[in-house]
Design a protein around this ligand. Sequence first.
Ligand SMILES: Nc1nc2c(ncn2[C@@H]2O[C@H](COP(=O)(O)OP(=O)(O)OP(=O)(O)O)[C@@H](O)[C@H]2O)c(=O)[nH]1
Length: 591
Amino acid sequence: MAEKTLVIPTMITVGELADALRIPATNLVGELFKNGIAATINQRIDFETAQIIVGELGLDVQLEQQEATQEAVPRGGSAERSKSAKASYRPPIVAVMGHVDHGKTSLLDAILDTKVATAEAGGITQHISAYQTTYNNRSITLLDTPGHEAFSALRQHGAALTDVVIIVVAADDGVKPQTVEAIKFAQAANAKIVVAITKIDKPTADTNRVKAQLASEHHLNPEEWGGDTVMVEVSAKTRQNLDKLLEMVLLVADLEELKAEAEGNAEGLVIESHMEQGRGPVVSVLVEQGVLKTGQYLIAGRAYGKVRTLSDYAGRPLSVAGPSTPATLTGFKSIPKFGDRFSVVASEKIARQQAAALIASEGRGAVSGTVTGSELLHIISKKRSSKTLNVIVKADVQGSLTSVSDSLRLLDNEEVNVRVVGSGIGNVNESDISSAAASQAIIYGFNVGLPTAVKSLAARQRVSVRLYKVIYELLDDVKTVLEELLEPEIVEKDLGALTVKGVFRMTKNEIICGGEVTTGKIIPGALVRVKRAKDVIGEAEVASLQREKQEAKEVFEGEMCGLSLKLTRRLVIQEGDKLEFFTRELVKRQL
Ligand SMILES: Nc1nc2c(ncn2[C@@H]2O[C@H](COP(=O)(O)OP(=O)(O)OP(=O)(O)O)[C@@H](O)[C@H]2O)c(=O)[nH]1
């Protein structure tokens, strides 16, 4: 049969490829996963990957690469597009974090008040957590980070979302627990740090104490002390040094060569969504690549729609939204989830199909994400009846840690699931061993080491530490452990059948009868299903077999034989009954 040829773009989402191949997207996700690629339906894969996967699926389809056109699916995921020749400088995305009451909101307000036309600012009706300001004609995107949970959800979705983190520390209060968390977050997210020491107008302000704390306890040395951390002393109240803070943020960001494609279809993240009467789902997104326009079809997780209205963070209408722009849009048919990636697709039909495919794959636990209340209840009840494998994951860098953790989640199903009880960057250490011992977890290390002292501690505590350098080998190992947790499957294999020609002896425990093998073969030890007409009337086991009055090891189709059946329940057999022989085995299941 001639192969079918499909023309696909240089980059294609998993959902679109499945669509083109007319196979369920879940099959494709599964096949990718087998190849060590933990992809979601919205994820883009390149032409080569598509070719390999299609080859492995054994489909009669030949893929042909299409020349990229303006209308084609956007080329490249965020990372590729940031490096493409079309990429140009984009505004930095800056998160503002700090300890409660240290003045984060006041600082943001002060920055936005100075820079945003007050008339429009007054018109803000809804709260969104991303803003934009300008300094020296350059834009800066500011993210208000309401809680760490929300932020780690964003981080989980793999986005190197934040370029710079402004750590806000009150000059009169110094470094506090959430300050430390913010520093850790920034470091883990590989973001640049700018410290804003605020409330310097207060008489009790002690900026030197703050700097000393940061330098001695957190290795953040201020530039004026010979270090390389930018620290700006500010006051939201008197607006002192706000400009300097923005100038420093831009300076630090400039060291990073932040680029994105300012053309082509947009992709990015959903940062907020809610339902509004009269407007329907109102969704705030942060564009990472390309331009978002009204009239385009979007998909974000299981939600899809057509961009009806587009506005900036302050509610002012926008005709297009480019890279790093926070935008609010209406036109979704349902509410996408916080942290979902959005992308532009060619038609409503594709959007609908992708969303449907995602829902189907989520049904088998293939895709993770933030969850709604009812989903959470479902997960909780599911987890109660399922078996859990606790793991601690250590990796060399945040990116691989996120990939490993995300991929592990894809292994969950109705019966077994992986719970990451701890994770971190760097070599396996003593505290990992004690947490693993306490939670009976296996430690998986990806590209990290196991110092000798820690190794002997692990042996003493009977903690299993498994180190890998290849992600799918690590995942295969976890899969094998999970498979051990699965209840074995009962598999019945048919052997043959016999028609009863005579019954010679019938007791409570034994029947001796004879007949002709009509199909297949019979062996001692086989199980027997006794059928009269169409009904199964009982089950027994072949105790022994005789052919021509001789003990036989097997009897084949067309041969006559006598057999002794062992009964566990009373059974009456008569001439004309059909005996069906089979074996029943417990088979280890695979994920
Ligand atoms: N004197 C002075 N007071 C400030 C300054 N910035 C904030 N404050 C005060 O500090 C208190 C806390 O400020 P917020 O901006 O609400 O602090 P926050 O960090 O956003 O607090 P959460 O949103 O609860 O985390 C308020 O009473 C502010 O008026 C400043 O620069 N100078």
